[in-house]
Design a protein around this ligand. Structure first.
Ligand code: PMP
Length: 305
């Protein structure tokens, strides 16, 4: 099936959306990206883009910090995204990748005096951690501190850190990494936020623990509170506490809600998917497919009916 990209202010065939080798961004990682999903609901023959506006709001906050410019308002970017995904016309789960980057054809490490360009492409992509439950290893790599490379910005450059952690985890026989903050507290996975269940409550690292503030994370906090009456505490978590959690799961646009069964070869709880994790997983899957009327405002339909 032909695929399309939005690039240089128009929708074009994907293979025509290319950049020059001198593009500033290629050399310095000076880009900000998003990972968004359109979730296919086969019953309704509709794809729903999950919390689209929130993704562009996060990108806009990152742009403010990195002195970058988005080409249009958030509402316009949402419309462009829907138009592109509709044009691609996939009848399955789709991953959407917007990227804003320094496009000047000159070198020199800086953020100032540069032009910016913006692109989006979309492609079919099933669950990222494609297992019922995953094993994790605590990484020897730490998240960068806020005044090293701010983790709240989803910048392309910072993902060297995530890639180091992910590859180390896979080479050590785990499915995913758990990365600690520079201060030794639990921060997040290589592409997910992390939650623990302790005595019936959810605990998750706070923004000051060097996390990317996930949109799935926020959605799970809301679903837990509104639908299960479960409160989430955002605070520092020690490594020892991580090993003692009754349940643990990862959240992310790509990974959805993924249960963790083992951390550093220690079973989490009894090593099976815990009851709170299972309930949240079920609620989240329904919410992203537009099957929970209360959360329909999170879901942007792609196809006009
Ligand atoms: N942390 C990191 C490092 C990530 O790459 C992601 C994926 N974007 C997340 C957390 C989860 O964020 P979200 O739920 O917004 O996808």
């Amino acid at each position: 099936m032909p695929s399309y990209a939005y690039f240089q202010k128009k929708i074009m065939p994907l293979e025509e959306a290319n950049v020059n080798v001198m593009t500033h961004f290629l050399h310095y990682g000076t880009g900000i990206f998003e990972g968004i999903r359109a979730n296919w609901n086969d019953r309704k023959k509709q794809a729903y883009i999950f919390r689209l506006k929130e993704h562009y709001e996060r990108m806009a906050r990152g742009c403010h910090i990195l002195k970058m410019k988005l080409p249009a308002s958030i509402d316009e970017l949402c419309k462009i995204t829907v138009d592109l995904v509709a044009k691609c016309n996939y009848q399955e789960d789709v991953y959407i990748r917007p990227l804003v980057f320094t496009s000047s054809l000159n070198l020199g490490v800086r953020l100032h005096n540069l032009d910016h360009d913006f692109l989006i492409f979309a492609f079919p992509w099933g669950p990222y951690l494609d297992k019922d439950k995953v094993s994790c290893g605590v990484s020897s790599w730490h998240r960068p501190d806020d005044n090293v490379n701010p983790p709240q910005v989803k910048s392309t450059g910072i993902y060297i850190n995530n890639a180091l952690a992910k590859t180390e985890a896979i080479e050590n026989g785990f499915d995913e990494a758990i990365v600690l903050s520079p201060h030794g507290h639990v921060s997040e996975g290589s592409g997910e936020n992390i939650f623990l269940v302790v005595n019936g409550k959810l605990i998750t690292p706070a923004p000051y623990n060097n996390i990317l503030i996930g949109i799935t994370r926020n959605s799970v906090i809301e679903l837990a509170k509104n639908e299960l009456g479960i409160e989430t505490i955002e605070r520092s978590i020690s490594r020892a506490e991580l090993y003692q959690a009754q349940e643990c799961f990862l959240t992310g646009t790509a990974a959805h809600v993924t249960p963790v069964s083992q951390i550093d070869r220690r079973a989490v709880g009894n090593g099976e998917i815990g009851p709170i994790t299972a309930k949240l997983q079920e609620l989240y899957v329904k919410a992203i497919h537009g099957e929970l009327p209360k959360y329909e405002h999170w879901c942007m339909p792609v196809f006009k009916k």
